[in-house]
Design a protein around this ligand. Sequence first.
Ligand code: 5GP
Ligand code: MG
Length: 177
Amino acid sequence: MSITVKDKTFDVFINQKELAEAVNRIGKEINEDYAKKNPLLVVILNGAFMFASDLMKTLTINCAITFLKLSSYAGTQSTGKIRKLIGLNENIQDKDVIIIEDIIDTGFTINDTIESIQQYKPSSVRVASLLFKKEALQKPAQIDYVGFTIPNDFVVGYGLDYDGLGRNLPAIYKLIN
Ligand code: 5GP
Ligand code: MG
């Protein structure tokens, strides 16, 4: 069934059951990989909040959570966009960090994020992303846990927005062209 968000039409792409299965699978992998550790989930706001919430409920290991926001602003030079992480602090030092992302598209955001987090000297850094647009990748990206590899279509729902809207949708929808 198609829906409208603002001025665009979207079709269901990944339903709730499929999302839950993927989240459970990733949770199981993390429970095994971090069996003797207490990882820190570092959630990249806003898009990853719903994935992070559902994922955390599947974890049976001891774990903590913190939230970061990326602020983008135009650089004064031709280097273009500079992204800064708000909310980062030394609490990350010596922690086993798992970055929780909604989607990896070109790969620039996750690379910037990992670089920023590394400055605080965590013990380890892994990346869990619900979605991965493999064909859109422009820069090699570290992705340790992935929910779905998807084509290069614009998607909304389950935390992801179109112009601020659509995050509340319980499934993932894709734009109909
Ligand atoms: P990247 O730097 O990998 O190109 O961008 C990743 C970010 O772009 C994501 O965190 C997300 O905010 C945004 N993004 C990329 N593709 C989509 C999409 O299909 N839908 C939505 N809502 N956001 C996207
Ligand atoms: Mg994001």
